[in-house]
Write a protein that binds this ligand. Sequence first.
Ligand code: SAM
Ligand code: DTB
Ligand code: SF4
Length: 322
Amino acid sequence: MNLSSVQTEPTRTRADVQALLEKPLLDLVFEAAAVHRQHQDAGYVQCSQLLSIKTGGCPEDCNYCSQSAHFSTPVAKEPLMEVDQVLASAKQAKEGGADRFCMGAAWREVKDGPEFDQVLNMVREVKALGMETCVTLGMLTKGQAQRLKEAGLDYYNHNLDTGRDHYDKVITTRSYDDRLETLNAVREADLNVCCGGILGLGEKSSDRAQLLLELASMSPPPESVPINSLVAVEGTPLGETAPVDWSEFVRVIAAARILMPSATLRLSAGRGEMSEEAQALCFLAGANSIFMGDELLTTPNPAPDSDAALLSKLGLRTQATP
Ligand code: SAM
Ligand code: DTB
Ligand code: SF4
């Protein structure tokens, strides 16, 4: 399969994507780098910062998650944060150079009422700072998506996590189709879709191909695609899982870039366990976004100073670059 067939072939199959994932690594990276340079400014990296606005006690049983009430993890349940606290954190993120602020809640779904109203206020206030806004709140209806849009939301994050065939080995409290239904509601409300997955959930290469195909087949594909490497959290069923090899991570980034040339492709959770060299290869293969700041939602992220040093070594610019 050559590059042009990957880009223009309308009936791409799971086998095609798997063949792409299995190419000699450097050929794959070379192709992805070429696609990246054709479609995007390859010298620019978008920076988002996360905040967990409602931590722990989640009724879902996602096998990887520190916040599920089904597992005994070091993360305690906390109430929804106050708007002022969230705003202070967003201001700090902006001063630190983040251009997008992403607020995450350990909810199964959005429920109409005072807590949702409070989240709408958070979105309004963060937007008023001049930052891009993103939330991830679990399942939601089209009406709720519309209210978020009216409040100034730019992106809704809702990950498919893995391929359809592997999904029920990771999560049993909701279905793949539930996930797709929320993504439709988000799209219908004219919000930007942020949707990606996690590597290291015990999936095979064919499951990764299935996930990538599902993402690339959305019409249109997600504007933002986060690729996470599992952060193994003590107490979760995946807490003892061995880390994904860097070369596997690079493969998925490269294939995602070839399949979704215009997306913002985020090298997301797991950078803390990745060498600078592996991250550099991911940027070459088309990653053009990171989470910045000391913390993801409940787990550590590389320190901002070390990220700034890495980006500077690579000659990559962010919105904060003078
Ligand atoms: N509860 C909402 C949901 O699941 O959509 C929003 C928050 S949830 C923590 C957001 C995403 O973070 C998940 O879909 C998953 O892809 C990612 N995630 C959670 N825990 C992770 C972990 N330990 N390692 C890597 N990614 C993780
Ligand atoms: C995404 O794909 N990764 C982010 C964000 N979207 C919400 C979350 C990563 C969470 C990592 C584990 C934690 O810190 O709890
Ligand atoms: Fe809940 Fe989201 Fe964690 Fe799943 S990933 S347990 S839905 S917070």
